[in-house]
Design a protein around this ligand. Sequence first.
Ligand SMILES: Cc1ncc(C[n+]2csc(CCOP(=O)(O)OP(=O)(O)O)c2C)c(N)n1
Length: 575
Amino acid sequence: MQMTGAEMILECLIREGVEVVFGLPGGANLPLYDALPRYFPRIRHYLVRHEQAAALAADAYARVTGRVGVCFATSGPGATNLVTGIANAWMDSVPVVAITGSVVRGLIGRDGFQEADITGITIPITKHNYLVRDVRAIPRVLREAFYIARSGRPGPVLVDIPRDVQQERAEFEWPEEARPRGYRPPVEPDPRAVEQAARLIAESDRPLILAGHGVIIAQAYDELRELAERANVPVITTLLGISGFPPDHPLYLGMPGMHGMHWNNLAISEADLLIAVGMRFDDRVTGRLKDFAPRARVIHIEVDPAEVGKNVRPTVTLLGDARVCLRRLNGEVRYKERSEWFARLEALKQAYPSLVYPDDPEEVRPQYVIQKIYEMTDGDAYFVTGVGQHQMWAAQFFRGRRPNSFITSGGLGTMGYEIPGAIGVQVARPGDLVWAICGDGGFQMTCQELATVAENGLPIKFAIIDNGHHGMVRQWQQLFYRGNLVASRLRNPDFVRLAEAYGILGLRAVRREDVPAVIDRALRHPGPVLIDFRVKQDENCYPMVPPGASLQETIGLPEEYRALAPKPSAVEVES
Ligand SMILES: Cc1ncc(C[n+]2csc(CCOP(=O)(O)OP(=O)(O)O)c2C)c(N)n1
């Protein structure tokens, strides 16, 4: 059938099962937008107010659905505005296809109006990208783009299509084969490696599982749990592995690393075996690499061969999809009693408490707000965060009950993720409760998207952890830059009135006793709500591994906090 390039793009999206697109039009993608209404309502389009939000919303949509997220932007500034969102998806292995309009073919390379070499710019932050110069190539390119984005280790793919290519007509031919030649991501691990891994687990007296985003991407929740229970091994989840394992499970130990549980950082240093599943030994997890897990052998379950040995050299590698690898491994492992190790972990937990904080009625502690939200929702919600202290507290105190319900920017650490991220999640899960845990700094990086929220009646609950600062920056300046607080203080707008300006219910909490009441009010309100939680401004986030330090050098909670923890029992722990 003959169609225009623009129609071909939309036809391809339909065939790829795309239902939702986030985007913003401009001169170079107007043919695409011109054709779009003919594909309504099979495709729903969410108009954002800044393209960064389109890419970030597509990223969050992809994280919760496991499907490819799609965003549109025009050439030049539209395309470059996507860059942060694309980099975010790249760092966290999220399948996104970004479709940009480009200047007409005759202007390419001639500094045409709104020309930017977006394929050049995004080479290092995409799995692959394309500039389509021939209208007949559109179906093949988009088919490949979706295949590449979602297969193996997922990631973003950008497809740049000149305006005149969108306008040209040609015969639409859907290719049989989606996989580009020479691209074959691993799926099945080597059976000998599986046997060897099982042997290491059987030999180990002090094993730990380190579960990362790969578990969630592969939807290997049951398989992870089976491994832990079958082999009797405790589970630590990285920031992006949170919600890959039930937080109330007796084998769960929480997060490791820079703001992870103190006991985990010490346990990793004592472990004789790490079973790393779908995680890449990020520096925020390992601390100083040369002192990381000095006693441990390592089993690395990983889908991307480029990750193997990049930071930590594994003893055994299971190369393949995490779910498939875990299934194979589960077939080989046996239960082993490890009472000494469990006693030791219990002792570390008691000696190095990481989740206590003072409770004072006059001040709102940020940890209290976050804990209260988890409590009052009974963890039955999606939680999306920004980046900074609030993100780390949200991770530490996580109590969500659903798998894959903690959505956050990990590798890139993109402030401003909280609003577009929550939009992507709410669009993907219209009937579910979505809480955005926001920083007052990060919130202002994308708060124009409150218009998108209001326009579409997305009933997101925004909790601004308003400490009047770029809190994490203030903390670093206080601890590592002689208390020289530069450019970390924020003079904020009146967030309640800002919400009201967008037609969103705005609430505020200034005392501890206000907190449950405003959360309750937000939960009862059917539409979007913004709550400005005026929290204690100088609260620091501990535990903390200082930058460049080893996990063994974790700074624990302040003494007066630790004193609040239940007293250690008879178990002896040398410090
Ligand atoms: C886009 C971007 N710019 C700068 C930073 C550096 N940075 C990391 S945390 C942080 C402060 C975050 O402040 P806020 O959003 O208020 O959260 P808080 O730490 O106070 O909870 C900054 C500036 C970043 N992560 N992302």
